[in-house]
Design a protein around this ligand. Sequence first.
Ligand code: 5GP
Length: 115
Amino acid sequence: MSKETIFSKIIRKEIPADIVFQDERATAFRDINPQAPTHVVIIPNKLIPTLNDATPEDEATLGHLLLVAAQVAKQEGVAESGYRLVINCNRHGGQDVFHLHMHLLGGRGMRWPPG
Ligand code: 5GP
């Protein structure tokens, strides 16, 4: 059994979060510590700790996260100017919350390579 994080509480609306999208498979909410004018975290409602833990059964959910990201980018008005999607995995990836999530960052130019 994987250990729940604060993100499970956000999905169930047990703690406040600025949710910008939610359906039966995914939830998207504004990051509490934004790194860009638009910074939304997109997560599967199912607890998958890291990308390493995803299985073929999760394929549709993972694909859904990308479609949600494109929809949220439109909603947020950054689709045309552009945005970056980031998945941090484990220590070297900089992952702090062990509930798989995708960052959507936009509203400013992004540097490459990232730090
Ligand atoms: P990670 O470093 O794991 O890729 O990203 C976790 C992200 O979740 C961070 O950007 C952090 O600011 C955000 N975060 C952590 N706890 C909360 C919370 O309780 N509410 C919200 N809205 N964001 C959170």
